[in-house]
Ligand binder design. Structure first.
Ligand SMILES: Nc1ncnc2c1ncn2[C@@H]1O[C@H](COP(=O)(O)OP(=O)(O)OP(=O)(O)O)[C@@H](O)[C@H]1O
Ligand SMILES: [Mg+2]
Length: 260
């Protein structure tokens, strides 16, 4: 049985092709202005690269912030459920999930892949990947390199701003004072990690804990969260696709399109 999961996220759109219990292909693209056209292009590219025809796909399930816009999907599933299912595929033992994406961060308590409770911060860019993207720009560092740069820091700079706009000015001001870029990068990561740790503690996350979402690719963030939470995090080899994978898994079960 071939199913496709599409995670229409605020920053990126992800697609996973699932052939029974095997990932047959995946793709990650930036979300353009229009969720639907981004998802349509991604879907066509997924089929082309996997040598599949549309009629080979039994069901398409959408998740993510823009899921209701993906009108060619036969079903939708909430992001929380999708991440729980996707993480369970990689790590069946996991009891807690931290997902940090472009627009929000989520902490989910799970048991055998089922959601028990969750907490979501989606009020503003503070505590999310966008905060890191904007401030990395002010630091003139590629987002891919921010984590490794931060790992070289001995004295992380104190970044006090919660608001992204103020944090950008703070970065510029710290650079003007001659503070090493590694220390500023580490300060930015500490700033975000502290917000995530508060959420994790509030939810009483228990080990083993998985770290997913695009921000899980940031090595500095992984190390900082592990230090603060005093745990070893389980990170899939591609942490950005767990939502899309979970949607593809949900598509294997007969479910009606819902407004959830
Ligand atoms: N290679 C990378 N290295 C470090 N960080 C990365 C990398 N790729 C993406 N990111 C981070 O991941 C974020 C996007 O994560 P993700 O794709 O999970 O978001 P999303 O699912 O679109 O957003 P949301 O779940 O909030 O709707 C970016 O803002 C960036 O901070
Ligand atoms: Mg997401």
């Amino acid at each position: 049985m071939i199913t496709i999961g599409i995670d229409a996220g605020a920053a990126t759109t992800k697609g996973v092709i699932l052939l029974d219990r095997e990932i047959a292909g995946y793709r990650i693209v930036s979300t353009a202005f229009d969720f639907l056209s981004t998802a349509e292009t991604l879907f066509e590219e997924l089929l082309a690269t996997s040598d599949l025809r549309q009629e080979d796909v039994v069901k398409i399930c959408a998740t993510g912030y823009g899921r209701m816009m993906v009108t060619f999907a036969n079903a939708t599933v909430s992001e929380i459920t999708a991440h729980a299912k996707g993480v369970n595929f990689f790590f069946p033992e996991v009891r807690g999930i931290i997902d940090v994406g472009g627009q929000d961060s989520k902490v989910i308590v799970v048991e055998e892949g089922k959601v028990i409770d969750f907490l979501m911060n989606d009020k503003c860019a503070a505590g999310t990947g966008k905060f890191l993207e904007y401030t990395a720009k002010a630091l003139e560092v590629r987002i891919e390199d921010l984590g490794s740069l931060a790992l070289g820091s001995v004295h992380p700079a104190a970044i006090t701003s919660i608001c992204t706009v103020f944090a950008e000015s703070e970065v510029i001001s710290l650079r003007a004072q001659g503070i090493p870029r590694a220390d500023i990068a580490a300060g930015l990561i500490v700033n975000i990690a502290q917000r995530i740790v508060i959420m994790a503690r509030r939810m009483g996350l228990k080990e083993p804990i998985a770290f997913v979402g695009g921000v899980a690719k940031n090595s500095g963030m992984r190390v900082e969260l592990e230090k603060e939470l005093d745990v070893t995090l389980s990170v899939p080899s591609e942490p950005q696709i767990t939502g899309a994978l979970g949607a593809a898994l949900a598509a294997q079960k007969p479910e009606k399109r819902s407004s959830a």
